[in-house]
Design a protein around this ligand. Structure first.
Ligand code: FPP
Length: 266
């Protein structure tokens, strides 16, 4: 291997990224990005490795993405780590994902905290294995006063069950005369979701080539811009370059929210 060439190309990449970050920062930046980190299993299978190796490499990809999200000054990042449907996977794979989560928090928490990152979860974490629950709670507690990037980790999360939970809560408030039916509006429903107080995502990114939402933030993404990677880009391959491409693509879109753009002479 020609090391000189290798370092030159690496430096060029880093410089390009810094240049891209400057351009992104000169335009309105998204407040909230959410990511469906898909393709870990296929990444591993393509290399003849067990699926868990893909999840391990997927965790590595998260580190750079959190750093650059924070560097740009984006306020919220939501990562789909484990869905309510993921319990259907083989027990061994579930265990591996849970262990990786614990390992990641154990290893990275100090660094995240130093960088003012706040960790929050969305989903029902009460049913997670005790070890995972405790590590997650520790991360939430330690970072709760941080004021930088907020990373929402979706764990045992499902968009439909979140909506069901919100309806049950609202219905019980109505039954107890704490709320009138006329009080129920879009904002009230938002305030009963796990994401209460967090602005709706501006941009949803999905890697791995599938064009679907997979029960992620169903209520919140009504006007979110969607960005799907090429089928060749599995989550472990998702680099800072891809991420910056997705954000600058988002910045070049025109969001109309169902309205029209009026021209000067209209
Ligand atoms: C999707 O790939 C990935 C998952 C279901 C798990 C993602 C979880 C982690 C990387 C663990 C840790 C998370 C954090 C926040 C530290 P897939 O297995 O569905 O891939 P496939 O579509 O190729 O089968």
């Amino acid at each position: 291997m020609n090391f000189d060439k290798f370092f030159k190309s690496k430096r060029k990449k880093v410089n390009n990224n810094l240049y891209m970050i400057d351009i992104i920062k000169s335009k309105p930046i998204p407040k909230h990005i959410c990511i469906i980190m898909d393709g870990n299993g296929r990444w591993a299978e393509k290399r003849g490795l067990p699926r868990t190796a893909g999840h391990r490499q997927g965790v590595e990809a998260i580190k750079d993405i959190i750093k650059v999200t924070s560097d740009i000054g984006i306020k919220y990042l939501t990562l789909y780590a484990f869905s309510t449907e993921n319990w259907k996977r083989p027990k061994k794979e579930i265990e591996a994902i849970m262990n990786l989560l614990v390992e990641y928090l154990h290893r990275e928490l100090e660094n995240l905290h130093k960088n003012n990152v706040k960790i929050v979860t969305i989903g029902d974490i009460s049913v997670l294995p005790t070890k995972v629950y405790e590590e997650v709670k520790r991360a939430i507690h330690k970072t709760k006063h941080n004021t930088g990037l907020q990373v929402n980790v979706a764990l045992n999360y499902g968009g439909r069950s979140e909506i069901v939970m919100a309806i049950q809560e609202i219905a019980s408030k109505v039954a107890n005369n704490e709320l009138n039916i006329e009080d129920i509006d879009e904002e009230l429903i938002s305030n009963h979701l796990y994401t209460a107080g967090i602005p709706d995502p501006d941009l949803l990114i999905r890697t791995g080539g599938d064009w679907r939402i997979s029960n992620f933030l169903l209520y919140q993404i009504a006007y979110t811009e969607l960005w799907f990677s090429d089928a060749t880009v599995y989550w472990p391959d998702f680099s800072v370059e891809h991420y910056l491409d997705a954000i600058s693509d988002f910045q070049n879109r025109q969001r109309r929210y169902g309205g029209i753009v009026t021209r000067k002479d209209d």
